[in-house]
Every structure is written in structure tokens, then in C-alpha cells.
Write a protein that binds this ligand. Structure first.
Ligand code: F6P
Length: 535
């Protein structure tokens, strides 16, 4: 890794100009506007075992040419190298974003050491049949990847069960603890910073619960995963049960570190190994595939065109595999925490709309919930994700699932014209009524989507899928000129929470709070919620 001291100056404006002023952007914009959006050409990229069909995304020779020029002017190849080789790519926090190192088959000695420690820890616990329950406490990037993995591979049940507690809402910890045997529970506290309020509060409740049940040494049942081992130590976690990771692992990319310990304890270390291998294969694809055959790059270009040129303000994730329902929040954090920015690295306004809102639900539930809006409302770009092979014993269900997925995609792409609707109407229908009704049955079509096919849901393919999105997000940020690795936008809310809690306490203590610096409504509700001292 590079010495960070050399990069403490802001990125010069000339290195990261805002898009509207760039001729390469103007050419890209024009090409995207004029590109074929009716799926005229079959365009499938094979990457790390996945097939990514981009036929329903904007495409033309001019679009390809403009894309190359845009990537060139944004120094794509050099920046990709920086990312994958541990260079400083997170400039506002002055550090690398080297999550790809965590899935290297031959990683740095420190990564290898922690990987082995984790493996031995899980193996020992398994051999000794220790702990019947895992209580995983963590939030955001210290949570979603675990939920995703356990739901994807633990759905048939494993001998050790797991509960997740993330939210500060007391119902979350109450529900998480309910029914567990405290004497057979290991509490995993996952927090990169080890300062996240929700996580520390919930961890305290879990420790109190252990004590109240007569556990003499609650600390023996605690495990911590963090980039701040000293704080975890002070919190009371024994040294040999702390699994450190590094500052250069972003919170939302930390699943690949020892944060996965709870999943390893539940669905097994083989699952984790498979996911690392799949993600590494995608890293290699991203590193080596030519631009036209590079899946993350091509998805990113389509994403930028859809968001910043064609006006689709959101990206819908329609995952046709109910085991992957946690993929939606996982990708929401990955995409929205990374791309929800509007200032370039040089500190200027980006000048075009950036990261889309990401949302979704597994199909076919989604079809009965919001697909109406996708077809005839404002609409969104859609990522359809489906497995070729299922793991259940009802082939007809799988055939129906795939048919639904393909049909929805085709409907979004082709649409249905007024003339076609009219022609299908019963000939005896009153002509005026038919014309009126036909207008309601028109589908505009030309709505962009990608189809991502996993041969089967395996740890390898899920690992590859996640890494595909990680690299796509990196390329989109590069084009927009923003930093995908910081998240300053979450800080203000945290500061205001502390301020509100302080004022709340003052009110509860009966102090005269003369100077509260809140808006009228916040102040009103604070006064109403805070309990008064009894007279
Ligand atoms: O939401 C902000 C955030 O910092 C995320 O980036 C992170 O995944 C989450 O909080 C949890 O942080 P930590 O792992 O430090 O507890």
C-alpha cells in the first residue's frame, strides 16, 4: 500500500472536472439519447460464472465509442489499478479501499493470519459442539451481508441457529433474545468503529441478559470483530476473541473480513470460502476483461446513461429467487451510501444526477406490488436476477418463475402500442369506448433492464454477484467524479441525535432549557416526548 502522507492535499479541479463541461460527456450524452433501446442486439457477457445480458440497455456503436472516450478521460485503467492494488482511492478519508485483498487466494500475511485464526476459531467451536445460538449484533455493513448469506444458504436449517439484532429499537433486541438459551449463546459484536451507538447499546443489553441468567463469565461468550481492537478490549471482550480488520476495509465492504464469522458459525466455513472464491473471480474479470466484455464496466455505463441521461431516477432490483430477499437492502447500502453524493472529488457540483434510489423485492411478489408502476408509471431501470437451476424439487415452479421473469422483462422492453391494443379488442365493442379503453392499456416499452443469470445459487455465484455490484459502483463513481468510499451524509443525523438526547435529559432533569437550537417542530416534539420530573 502507498504511503498516505503524500495524498493529504485535495484533488485538483483539473483532475476531476465536472461532467457537463467535458466534451467526452457531451458525446456520451448524445450517444445515449440516440442509442437503440429496443433490444435490437443480443449482448451477453460471461463473467466469473455469471451471464449478464445487457441486450435491453442502451447500445450503439456511437455509445461504445463515447463510453471508451469517457473512461479514458477519467483514467479508468489507472484508477482500477489503484483500487485493486491498495492505492489511496478514498481521498476524503485518506485511505485505500482494498476489500479485494480480503478475497485474494494468496493475501498479505496479516490478512492470511486473520483468515486462519477465524477458521480455527470456528472449527474448534464446531468440534466441541459449542454454542447452540449465535446472536449477531451489528448494523449496516456489519449486518446485511450476514443476513444475506444465512438466508441464501441456511434456509434448510443448520444445527446452530442465528439471530440478528441491528436496530436501536428495543423490540429488536427483545425479539433477538427471546427464546435463546443464554448458557448456549455466543454474542458476536461486529462494528468497524466499535463506536456505533445501536451496536454498543444492544451489546450491553445482551451482556446484562447473560448475567441475569446466571452466566458467571459473560465475557467468555463475547466475540468482537472490529478495526478498533483496543476499544473492543476496553468494552470487555477477551483479546483472543477479538478479530481485527483494517481501516482500509470500508464498512459496507467488510463482509469479506472476519465480520463473516457469524455466517461461518451458522452456514459453515465452506460457504465463506466459496463466496471469497467467487468474489475473487469477479475481481479478476474486472481487472483483466476488455472494456467491451467487462461486466461491471458495462453495467456501470448503462447505469450512468439511465440515471444521468435518460432520467430514470431509481434502480429496481427484481431478484427472482426468494432466498435472496436480503440482496435488496444489501445493495441499497452498497449503492446509495456509495453513490448518494453530489460533489466531485475536487469539491464542485457534479452537475448531473448521480446515484439512483435502489429498491426492490423478490419476484413474483414484486409483480403484485409495484410492477404496475414499472410498466405504466414513471418506471425505473431494472436488474432482473435469476438462477437457471433451482434447489427444490418442483421443476414446474421454477419454470413458472423463470417465465415470469423473462415475460416482465420483455414487457418492459417491447411495450404495447395503442394500435396493437385496439386491434386486439372485440370487434363488437363500441368504437368510441374501444378507443378510450385502449389508451389505458398502452405500455410505453423501451424501459431499460439487465438480466443477470446465476447457473445456480452457490456461495461462488453469490460472491461473484456481490463483487460485480461493488465494481460497478466504483466505475459509476469514477465517471461521476465522486468518492464512493466515504459516507459523510450519515454524520449530521448522528450529531443531532446526541444533541436531542442531551436536551431530552435536561428536560427530564427539570432544568430550564432556554436555548435549544432546534426548529419549531423538533422542539415541540422534544418537549412533548421528554418526561417531566414528577412534582
Ligand atoms: O451508516 C453508517 C455506517 O458507518 C455504515 O457505513 C456502516 O456499515 C455502519 O454505519 C456500521 O458501522 P460500524 O461497523 O462502524 O458499527
Amino acid at each position: 500500500m502507498k504511503d498516505s502522507a503524500s495524498t493529504l492535499t485535495p484533488v485538483p479541479v483539473s483532475d476531476s472536472p465536472a461532467l457537463p463541461s467535458m466534451p467526452e460527456w457531451q458525446a456520451f450524452q448524445e450517444a445515449a439519447e440516440q442509442a437503440d433501446r429496443k433490444g435490437g442486439t443480443l449482448r451477453i457477457i460471461e463473467a466469473a460464472g455469471l451471464s449478464i445480458d445487457l441486450s435491453a440497455q442502451p447500445s450503439s456503436e456511437a455509445f461504445t465509442e463515447a463510453s471508451h472516450a469517457l473512461l479514458r478521460v477519467r483514467n479508468f485503467k489507472q484508477m482500477r489499478r489503484e483500487l485493486l492494488e491498495g492505492g489511496i482511492v478514498n481521498h476524503t478519508e485518506d485511505r485505500a479501499a482494498w476489500h479485494s485483498m480480503l478475497r485474494e487466494p494468496s493475501p498479505t500475511p496479516e490478512v492470511a493470519h486473520e483468515r486462519t485464526r477465524l477458521l480455527q476459531f470456528v472449527q474448534r467451536a464446531d468440534n466441541e459442539r459449542r454454542w447452540r445460538h449465535v446472536l449477531h449484533i451489528g448494523i449496516g455493513g456489519s449486518d446485511w451481508g450476514l443476513r444475506l448469506t444465512v438466508a441464501a444458504f441456511g434456509y434448510t436449517g443448520t444445527w446452530r441457529d442465528i439471530r440478528f439484532v441491528a436496530n436501536i429499537d428495543g423490540h429488536a433486541i427483545e425479539g433477538g433474545l427471546s427464546g435463546l438459551n443464554p448458557h448456549e449463546t455466543v454474542v458476536v459484536i461486529a462494528s468497524k468503529s466499535f463506536t456505533t451507538a445501536e451496536t454498543l447499546e444492544n451489546a450491553q443489553r445482551a451482556i446484562e441478559w447473560l448475567r441475569a441468567a446466571g452466566v458467571k463469565h459473560p465475557e467468555r461468550q463475547l466475540v468482537a470483530v472490529t478495526a478498533r481492537p483496543t476499544i473492543a478490549r476496553k468494552f470487555g471482550v477477551p483479546k483472543d476473541q477479538i478479530f481485527p480488520f483494517w481501516d482500509w476495509v470500508g464498512g459496507r465492504f467488510s463482509f469479506w473480513s472476519s465480520v463473516c464469522v457469524s455466517a461461518a458459525l451458522t452456514v459453515g466455513t465452506d460457504v465463506m470460502a466459496g463466496m471469497l472464491a467467487g468474489a475473487h473471480a469477479m475481481d479478476e474479470h474486472f481487472r483483466t476483461a476488455p472494456i467491451n466484455r467487462n461486466a461491471p464496466v458495462q453495467l456501470a455505463l448503462a447505469g450512468v446513461a439511465n440515471r444521468s441521461v435518460l432520467g430514470f431516477s431509481s434502480l429496481n432490483i427484481s431478484v427472482y429467487d426468494s432466498r435472496l430477499f436480503h440482496l435488496v437492502p444489501y445493495l441499497q447500502q452498497l449503492e446509495m451510501e456509495s453513490l448518494g453524493k453530489s460533489v466531485t472529488l475536487a469539491g464542485e457540483a457534479v452537475g448531473v444526477p448521480t446515484g439512483p434510489a435502489v429498491w426492490g423485492m423478490p419476484g413474483t411478489d414484486a409483480q403484485h406490488t409495484f410492477f404496475q408502476w414499472l410498466h405504466q408509471g414513471d418506471g425505473a431501470a431494472v436488474d432482473f436476477i435469476v438462477c437457471q437451476q433451482a434447489d427444490h424439487r418442483w421443476p414446474d415452479h421454477h419454470q413458472q418463475l423463470i417465465a415470469n421473469c423473462l415475460a416482465q422483462r420483455e414487457a418492459l422492453l417491447r411495450g404495447k402500442s395503442y394500435e396493437d391494443v385496439l386491434a386486439e379488442m372485440d370487434k363488437n365493442t363500441d368504437p368510441e369506448y374501444a378507443k378510450w379503453l385502449a389508451k389505458h392499456k398502452v405500455y410505453p416499452g423501451g424501459r431499460p433492464s439487465s438480466l443477470i443469470v446465476l447457473p445456480r445459487l452457490s456461495p461462488y455465484t453469490l460472491g461473484a454477484l456481490i463483487a460485480l455490484y461493488e465494481h460497478k459502483v466504483f466505475v459509476q463513481a469514477l465517471i461521476w467524479g465522486i468518492n464512493p468510499f466515504d459516507q459523510w451524509g450519515v454524520e449530521l443525523g448522528k450529531t443531532l441525535t446526541s444533541r436531542i438526547r442531551k436536551d431530552w435529559q435536561n428536560i427530564a432533569d427539570g432544568k430550564t432549557v432556554t436555548k435549544m437550537s432546534h426548529d419549531a417542530s423538533t422542539q415541540h416534539w422534544l418537549q412533548r416526548f421528554a418526561p417531566r420530573p414528577s412534582q
